[in-house]
Design a protein around this ligand. Structure first.
Ligand code: 5GP
Ligand code: MG
Ligand code: MG
Length: 183
């Protein structure tokens, strides 16, 4: 492997491209069935959700539209605080729409529980959440997540849209960074 290859910085691969593809397809099929006859508005949270949005939407067969939001959660260090600021709001009007938030990962769940409440206040027909990854901490938060790709260990992961200092989003697998990267 080329030493400059981005995957060379991983200590361990948790999920390969093939495993992620497979799970995203299963979720897409489930969502297609659940929303039969109703048009979904997929809402992606920038930037981490770029890959799940692209893959989930293409694996779905029903008519849908897509929109994006960017939020920043204030917190000390790496933990989010639940205090969220909207950096880029949706273009779409949510009135009577079936909104499905597509997320890369839920850690504490604070960002998403704030976001769900915020979108619910805009008069949609429904708001549900689809996340590729969920960490154990999120399970403690009172937030109803309808679609979960996989529950993962409490480790900082990168790849498939997830970054470390804005890098590694382009990895097609998901894994744990080697200590030499951040030490
Ligand atoms: P929460 O509010 O659920 O604690 O944080 C959610 C956001 O934190 C995610 O959307 C993601 O951007 C970031 N995040 C949480 N866990 C990880 C992780 O393991 N790796 C990366 N790269 N980002 C994470
Ligand atoms: Mg995210
Ligand atoms: Mg990040």
């Amino acid at each position: 492997m080329d030493a400059k290859d981005v995957s060379a910085d991983l200590k361990e691969v948790l999920y390969t491209k093939e495993e992620i593809d497979q799970r995203v397809r299963e979720m897409a099929a489930q969502i297609d069935r659940d929303y039969e006859g109703r048009e979904v508005l997929l809402v992606g949270v920038l930037k981490g959700a770029c890959m799940i949005m692209a893959d989930l939407s293409r694996a779905m067969h029903s008519h849908l539209t897509m929109d994006w939001m960017a939020v920043s959660s204030y917190g000390s260090g790496t933990k989010s605080s639940g205090v969220v600021r909207i950096l880029k709001d949706l273009d779409a009007d949510l009135l009577n729409r079936h909104v499905l938030i597509a997320e890369d990962i839920i850690d504490s769940g604070l960002t998403l529980s704030w976001l769900k409440a915020n979108l619910e206040s805009r008069g949609p027909a429904s708001v549900e959440i689809c996340t590729l990854f969920r960490k154990p901490e999120a399970v403690k938060v009172d937030i109803d997540v309808k679609y979960v790709g996989m529950d993962i260990p409490n480790e900082f992961v990168v790849g498939y849209g997830l970054d470390f200092a804005e890098k590694y989003r382009n990895l097609d697998s998901v894994g744990i960074l080697a200590p030499h990267v951040y030490e």
